[in-house]
Design a protein around this ligand. Sequence first.
Ligand code: NAD
Length: 270
Amino acid sequence: MALLDGTKALVSGVANKKSIAWGIAQALYAHGCQIAFTCHPTNLRRLRKLAPQVDSEIIISCDVGQDEEIIRAFDQVGTVFDGKLDILVHSIAYANIDDLGGEFIKTSRAGWNLALDISAYSLVAFTRCARPLMNAARGGSIMTLTFGSGRVHPGYNIMGVAKAALEMTVRYLAYDLGPENIRVNAIESGPIQTISSQAIEGLTFGLRAMDERSPLLRNITLEDIGKTAVYLASEFSLAVTGAVIKVDSGINTMCPATVPHRKLKRTRDA
Ligand code: NAD
């Protein structure tokens, strides 16, 4: 019997096959989970092509900036999943391109509100709608994706602030819903090349740093994140909530001013 046999997941945030959410959907499916998707309306066509790979036909359009769209989407999820949901994957972020790069001090009020609304508040709205479905399933696992909120990453700017809000949101939601056996966690991924991350100034430098300076001397793959998602979705993490799990080849343990890894040359030459 597979680890997630009999479970039902809602996965949000697939834009294409490079999306972290797609890596998670594949991993959940591989362990026996039944998947439904929500996606931004602009991604419907691409997702319709991908979803059959995980035996899913359940694709619901949902712009998370609109409360009524979120409520309608979860109503549909309830209908197709017989009123129950075990796993919710929130893999969504957005900021104006002008607010990613340059001086952070130039962030406008509108840009701030947009980034925090889509990237952090949406987790609150999603969780509120998932709650009755997870109560019906006698508990559940909610997970979101974050990146380096504790430090300044030049160019990440408003998204760093949004991720700090998201991580605190995870802790408050975990506190609210713990008594209902609903767990809420975040996966802090190292940099991965996706449509969204390509907009971030310094991405190439980040990818190279992982390769040259992290203890594992390698970048993160969709499979790495997918496997952590399976852990968070499964009974192996039943006492884990409010956590931010770093999946970053250990780079967070290094001094920021670190030199390239001493084994780098030997590994490359081998
Ligand atoms: P991606 O572009 O594939 O996914 C981002 C998703 O957010 C897209 O599907 C997009 O349509 C969706 N989205 C944006 N605005 C939306 C809205 N209003 N309504 C509904 N959906 C909306 O990029 P990704 O890198 O897979 O990002 C997924 C998550 O992972 C994000 O939260 C991102 O911040 C986080 N993350 C990414 C990295 C990385 O290096 N790629 C690292 C750590 C964390």
